[in-house]
Design a protein around this ligand. Structure first.
Ligand SMILES: Cc1cc2nc3c(=O)[nH]c(=O)nc-3n(C[C@H](O)[C@H](O)[C@H](O)COP(=O)(O)OP(=O)(O)OC[C@H]3O[C@@H](n4cnc5c(N)ncnc54)[C@H](O)[C@@H]3O)c2cc1C
Length: 150
């Protein structure tokens, strides 16, 4: 999916791509009326040599981007969410995941072609074997917290 998105964006002249960069500051306009917000200013700091149609920044060099829409798609510990001051709520399920990477005995060296997942009888499971590359796979076993700590 990532490769397809990059390819599509690469064919669009007015999109600048900035890699190896992280959002370090976000200046949002005061919310007077939701439909009348001005542009946000995001400060993005490069973490290594980056590529952009607008010119690459040096490592560690901050770059300010102005945008009318900022999408925070940066995961569970979203910096965009934190910098925007957005709160979250959640609850525990009494489970943790035991995660590790294993090398498969299969000497084809290609790893499993598809993911394998088994739903065990409550409260255990599910346990999954997810293909990586080069004969490696990721094990993810969701189990009751006390079992995960053993
Ligand atoms: C061990 C484990 C097992 C899981 N198993 C399943 C499952 O079986 N089925 C299922 O549906 N879901 C599963 N999930 C949940 C699933 O992985 C997440 O819900 C999903 O990946 C969230 O997608 P996302 O795009 O919101 O965030 P992510 O996939 O976390 O992507 C966020 C991206 O933002 C980047 N980023 C973070 N901070 C910054 C920053 N400051 N600046 C720039 N970039 C940044 C990160 O590098 C990352 O590339 C599992 C999660 C874990 C941890």
């Amino acid at each position: 999916m990532q490769a397809a998105v990059y390819e599509a964006l690469g064919q669009t002249a007015d999109v600048d791509l900035l890699f190896h960069a992280t959002v370090t500051a976000l200046d949002l306009p005061a919310p007077t009326a939701a439909h009348a917000l001005g542009p946000a200013h995001a400060t993005i700091t490069t973490t290594s040599a980056s590529t952009s149609a607008a010119g690459a920044g040096s490592p560690g060099e901050p770059k300010t981007v102005r945008a009318r829409l900022v999408v925070g798609a940066d995961g569970g510990a979203s910096a965009v969410r934190r910098l925007a001051g957005l709160g979250t709520w959640g609850w525990g399920y009494g489970q943790d995941a035991v995660v590790c990477t294993v090398r498969l005995a299969d000497d084809s060296n290609n790893g499993p072609a598809t993911a394998w997942q088994r739903y065990l009888t409550h409260p255990a499971g599910p346990v999954a074997l997810l293909p990586l590359w080069g004969g490696y796979a990721s094990v993810v076993w969701s189990c009751p917290t006390p079992d995960a700590q053993v």
